[in-house]
Structure formats: C-alpha cells, structure tokens
Design a protein around this ligand. Structure first.
Ligand SMILES: O=P(O)(O)OC[C@H]1O[C@H](OP(=O)(O)OP(=O)(O)O)[C@H](O)[C@@H]1O
Ligand code: HPA
Ligand SMILES: [Mg+2]
Length: 173
C-alpha cells in the first residue's frame, strides 16, 4: 500500500462539481467535433458515475457502460488495483474496437494508476477526468482543473454538514 500524504484540502460542493463537469462537457464537445464524436461512454466506477451522467446529458450520449475498478481501500491509502468488471462486447467493439469512438470518464486522475490500467484495456479511447494531479496528467486527454499532488480533493458525495468551531476558538490555528 502506498500512502498518498495529501496535505492540502480542496473541498468541492455539488454546485461546483456540476459546473466543473459541465465545463468538461464543453471541452469534450469540441473534441467530438474534431474527432467524429463519441458513440459510447465508459465510466470508471464509482467516482466516474456522477460526471458521466452530467456529460452524457450534455453530449446526448445514450450508450453508457461501466468499468469497475477499486484501489483506494482506506481513506487516502492506495492498495493493489483490481478490475472487478470490464466492458461489454457491444461497447468494446464500437467503431472496430480498442476503444475507438469511446469516451472514458473518471472524477480525477491522481497517480494515474487507474487511468493506466483502463487505457490499457481501451487504448484508442478518449480519457477525460474533471480534476487532474500532476502525476496523472499525462494519462488524461481532457480535464478541467489541475490541483497539486499534495492536495486531497473532497467530493460532495463523501461529505456532510458538520458544526465548525468559530475561528477565534483556534480553528484558524
Ligand atoms: O490516479 P489514481 O491514483 O489511480 O487515483 C484515481 C482514482 O482513485 C479514485 O477511485 P477509487 O479507486 O478510490 O474508487 P472509487 O471511485 O470507487 O472511489 C478516483 O475515483 C479515481 O478513479
Ligand atoms: O484526491 C482524491 N480525492 C478523492 N479520492 C481520491 N482518490 C485518489 N485521489 C483522490
Ligand atoms: Mg475511482
């Protein structure tokens, strides 16, 4: 297991995530015009499910598949990567296979390990993520925002409202 050691926090609220996923869709619409469009989306579960839903709506893509990958077993700690489910033949064989005409979507690329494995399965696909850290950036074709490697992104589905102590009580510390 490798320890990510992220020190800075980048909390993302639902509204911001929706805006950033829409910004990703705008960029992908430009890519689609240049490359002949996307026939299918493959979302990398579980984090890719939410941006995939938003992008699919914006680009009017109806053929959606999952690739199920798990690696961060404990909070901020990455273990061995396991592909729990690959893509079905219908999607794997779009436009002659190997991912041609397929858009892969994940919420972020961090070390790039997940993207590397998924790209290996669909080498001709276009890989998109909402956020990217420097180590993962070379593995992603389109993204919206880059954060530093020592930043941990807190997604809205992982957070809840909780009491915050007033600043004068030492929270600014
Ligand atoms: O670039 P990497 O270092 O591989 O990290 C990025 C991956 O890690 C997270 O998924 P995770 O395996 O935690 O599963 P989840 O999507 O189910 O939360 C995230 O959603 C990306 O898929
Ligand atoms: O920064 C992150 N945030 C949430 N999940 C993650 N999985 C890898 N890196 C991250
Ligand atoms: Mg994931």
């Amino acid at each position: 297991m490798s320890d990510v050691r992220a020190e800075k926090a980048f909390p993302v609220y639902w509204e911001q995530f929706h805006r950033d996923a829409r910004a990703l869709a705008w960029r992908l619409a430009g890519e689609a015009r240049a490359s002949g469009g996307f026939d299918a989306i493959v979302c990398v579960t579980r984090g890719g499910l939410v941006p995939a839903a938003i992008v699919a709506r914006e680009l009017d893509i109806r053929l959606i598949e999952t690739i199920c990958v798990a690696s961060y077993h404990d909070y901020k700690s990455q273990g061995e990567l396991a592909v729990l489910k690959g893509v079905c033949d219908r999607v794997a064989n779009v436009r002659g296979g190997e991912g041609a005409g397929v858009l892969i979507i994940d919420d972020l690329v961090d070390t790039g390990s997940t993207a590397r494995v998924v790209r290996g399965l669909l080498p001709k696909a276009h890989f998109a993520a909402v956020y990217a850290k420097p180590k993962g950036r070379p593995l992603v074709d389109t993204f919206v925002t880059e954060v530093s490697q020592d930043t941990w992104i807190y997604f809205p589905w992982d957070m809840g409202l909780s009491f915050q102590p007033p600043i004068r009580e030492g929270a600014a510390g």
